[in-house]
Design a protein around this ligand. Structure first.
Ligand code: PMV
Length: 374
């Protein structure tokens, strides 16, 4: 009996790629437009390393952000004649951006099997970010998820009976094919992606809203993003993921991510910020340690990244607060702290940390609830 129950639970929760191929459409709308705003996210347990088709080498979990968003409007018009090419214009902040087109073309190729109408339309894709252009904030998570949301909303007009759960799951699945971490941007406040035994329903194909209890200390958690270096990254995430193949510490790292996720589950439930800090900071430094120990090796942190980390450690000790940091694949620092400590922590950030930012730039963000249809 127990064995049967387990099998049914597995059937219920493990979807395959084929499940995302839609039923044939009966009607296709001639023309229309749809707009979505979709946020960025910051991983607490990091995804670094992947297999073919954007399958993560290890599970990850992130806070969805609220302020750093991409807004995308897709205008669609049925082509007079079907052609085998994708047809679209791309505008970034109102201006044509030819250099972004190959990335979108690759994305369309990867998702057309799951959205077969894509070759029947000409699209005008108009997109903009709330955060400063070339701030070093990765726009791929918010950008790819915003576009996937617009296309799914289109499909919903052809197949209106889709449930919210199925809609979100398919958007996450499609977003993942644009940029892995984008699959964690649809919902909030916490999204988990990648199969792991400690989280029921976890999948390599899409992110899920974290399904367990979360302590109220994490409500309104702050993330002040310090823009340390706005330059082009010397090594892209794509290359970084690639370098985890044959990495001398890959196996240990992937195992560690499973363990950290399990430990974080306990912390999220009981609100123990001391343990939260030790997992989150270790994850950030491990991510960068993987970069420093790959072949070829590289360093994305800058001297000011380290100065900020040292200031945070010093202040935490002196102030008895629970401010901590995490890092993306870049030099910028995400400073995390609970709402009830903001009156002490924010003045410290302004006085001691902002001087390390390029042109004094930073973004006040906080934990968010996911994408919105506009
Ligand atoms: O989604 P990608 O391929 O840009 O990879 C992002 C990886 C990290 O941001 C470094 C970690 C993560 O889990 O978001």
């Amino acid at each position: 009996m127990i064995a049967l129950k387990t099998i049914f639970a597995q059937i219920e929760y493990s979807m395959s790629e084929k499940d995302f191929i839609p039923a044939p459409y009966t009607t296709l709308k001639e023309e229309g437009s749809v707009t979505y705003s979709s946020p960025s996210n910051i991983a607490l347990v990091k995804y670094w390393g992947k297999r073919e088709n954007q399958i993560p080498a290890n599970p990850s979990i992130s806070f969805t952000l609220a302020a750093c968003v991409t807004k995308t409007c897709v205008h669609y018009k049925k082509k007079a004649q079907h052609s085998d090419e994708f047809s679209f214009d791309l505008l970034f902040e109102g201006e044509a951006k030819e250099e972004f087109k190959p990335k979108i073309n690759t994305f369309l190729k990867r998702i057309v099997a799951y959205l077969p109408f894509l070759k029947d339309y000409h699209f005008i894709i108009n997109t903009s970010n709330s955060f400063p252009h070339s701030s070093g904030i990765a726009s791929s998570a918010s950008g790819m998820s915003a576009l996937a949301l617009c296309f799914m909303e289109m499909e919903k007009t052809f197949l209106p009976n889709i449930t919210t759960n199925d809609f979100n799951r398919k958007v996450s699945f499609l977003s993942r094919l644009g940029s892995g971490s984008a699959c964690r941007s649809i919902e909030g406040p916490l999204v988990q992606w990648g199969e792991t035994s400690s989280i029921k329903g976890s999948s390599n194909l899409y992110g899920i809203k974290y399904p367990y209890e979360v302590h109220e200390i994490f409500n309104n958690f702050h993330d002040t993003i310090l823009l340390v270096d706005k330059g082009e990254k010397q090594v892209s995430s794509t290359v970084g993921h690639e370098l985890m193949h044959g990495h001398p510490f890959a196996t240990q790292r992937f195992d560690q991510a499973h363990t950290n996720l399990e430990k974080l589950g306990k912390v999220l439930a009981d609100g123990n910020l001391i343990d939260f800090i030790s997992i989150v900071e270790s994850e950030a430094l491990t991510l960068h340690a993987m970069m420093m120990t790959s072949n070829p090796y590289f360093i994305l942190m800058k001297p000011n990244t380290l100065s900020i980390i040292n200031e945070i450690w010093k202040f935490r000790e002196e102030s008895n607060t629970h401010v901590c940091f995490t890092l993306d694949a870049g030099a910028n620092v995400h400073v995390l702290y609970p709402e009830n400590e903001k009156d002490v922590v924010f003045p410290f950030i302004k006085e001691k940390l902002v001087p390390f930012c390029q042109n004094g730039q930073y973004i006040c963000d906080r934990i968010g609830l996911g994408a919105k249809k506009l």
